[in-house]
Design a protein around this ligand. Structure first.
Ligand code: PMP
Ligand code: GLN
Length: 393
């Protein structure tokens, strides 16, 4: 393998999913729903497979979907993106991230990343020759101290990381894996730093529709002082609960979009027309789409509350999950100072429950990190089985 990839190992998601299958365990590791997304979308895509043109899409994406994305972003955030010059349809949010990171970074550029962070960021930055400058999100103080708090930023660490300058910040709210939803105040402070450095921000908003209780998603594209610097990413996989769709989009001012489209063209050229046109059709029924999103959110909030109570009863201390479909849980009270990787492997073997150890989301993990991530995008019966496995075995 080429040197720039030599530090990249096989994905933890593949590893834990394989282990889960081996032990016939319940997989709350990799974040994919075990239920079908909306039937209406399946029908719409099937119809497109049988009837739509079956050749390449335009590289920037099908016009019908770009128009629906423009409407959707405007109706959820009030910001207008021009479908012609500011919206690109990508092969999942993954490709949007990869294309944008490779479009924006020169070798040696410093890239700020809040960690723990989704692993693809590190890999794409390494490929582009950038330097990851991590800013720690600190786990809530458990088991003594405040229980159930959220992950926090130490602003002196943020200032120290930014002091050397940076050309890109990768921002992800609601945040995988912590479930943190960044507050208005946090976003304001981060935006000021971005502006001061005239840096670009890649705002990964794939969990934008999954925030709970009083927590609200604030899209970075709504912050006037940095709007011209923001590229905003969404994923149909999360929005519709179909991770197999591999369709996403990235909205950014025209100058940034031009750069992204060059890498997108060189990476995949375009994405499948069937999913794009199927998505455009269901998104064009505004009432249905709005109702679907609000039902989805309610259902996930119920699942979150249930799993949280099960984990607390089983002896974990969970952090507050303000958004996403992930809960991070501290296992110190159950396994002392065991490493999280070992603990996650052992849990599959002893209880047949699969999680993701949180240390894999770091460039250099802290020495002690007794946290694992549980995904709750699962059928109620699956979560009931997990309760049984954790509480009675
Ligand atoms: N960003 C984050 C934070 C994610 O958790 C994921 C995982 N699904 C992605 C991007 C990639 O999304 P997609 O499946 O659309 O490629
Ligand atoms: N985003 C998903 C998660 O965090 C995994 C995506 C993948 O398998 N790369 O679970």
């Amino acid at each position: 393998i080429a040197k720039r990839w030599s530090a990249t190992q096989k994905s933890i998601f593949s590893e834990m999913t394989a282990l889960s299958k081996l032990y016939n365990a319940v997989n709350l590791g990799q974040g994919f729903p075990d239920f079908y997304g909306p039937t209406r979308l399946l029908e719409s895509i099937s119809k497109q497979v049988l009837s739509c043109h079956n050749q390449y899409s335009p590289s920037q994406g099908e016009e019908a979907l770009r128009r629906e994305v423009s409407y959707y972003v405007e109706s959820t955030s009030g910001v207008i993106y021009d479908p012609e010059s500011e919206i690109t349809i990508t092969t999942g949010a993954s490709e949007a991230l990869y294309s944008a990171i490779n479009a924006f970074i020169n070798p040696g550029d410093r890239v700020l990343v809040f960690e723990p962070a989704f692993d693809l960021y590190y890999q794409a930055i390494a490929n582009a020759g950038g330097e990851v400058v991590p800013i720690r999100l600190h786990s809530p103080d458990t088991p003594v101290g405040v229980r159930g708090g959220g992950w926090t930023i130490d602003w002196s660490e943020f200032d120290a990381a930014a002091a050397g300058g940076f050309s890109l910040l990768i921002f992800n709210s609601p945040h995988n894996p912590t479930g943190k939803v960044f507050s208005e105040d946090e976003i304001d402070r981060i935006s000021s730093k971005v502006l001061k450095n005239n840096a670009i921000v890649l705002s990964d908003e794939v969990y934008e529709n999954l925030t709970y209780a009083s927590h609200k998603h604030i899209s970075l594209c709504t912050i006037p002082k940095i709007q011209h610097l923001v590229a905003r990413i969404s994923s149909a996989a999360k929005t519709f609960g179909f991770t197999g769709l591999k369709t996403g989009w990235i909205c950014a001012p025209a100058n940034l979009t031009n750069a992204i489209r060059i890498v997108h063209q060189a990476t995949v050229f375009c994405t499948s027309p069937f999913t794009q046109l199927g998505l455009a059709e269901v998104m064009s029924d505004k009432k249905w789409f709005e109702n679907y999103l609000s039902e989805q959110k309610k259902s996930y909030e119920t699942k979150r509350n249930y799993l949280k109570s099960v984990l607390e009863r089983a002896g974990y201390h969970t952090s507050s999950c303000e958004g996403t479909f992930f809960l991070t849980a501290n296992f110190e009270g159950l396994a002392g100072d065991m490493s999280d990787v070992l603990y996650a492997r052992q849990l599959v073997e002893t209880h047949r429950v699969t999680t993701i150890p949180v240390s894999v989301f770091y460039k250099n993990p802290p020495k002690s990190l007794p946290w694992v991530r549980f995904a709750f995008c699962k059928k109620d019966e699956t979560l009931h089985t997990v309760a049984d496995l954790l509480l009675n075995s």
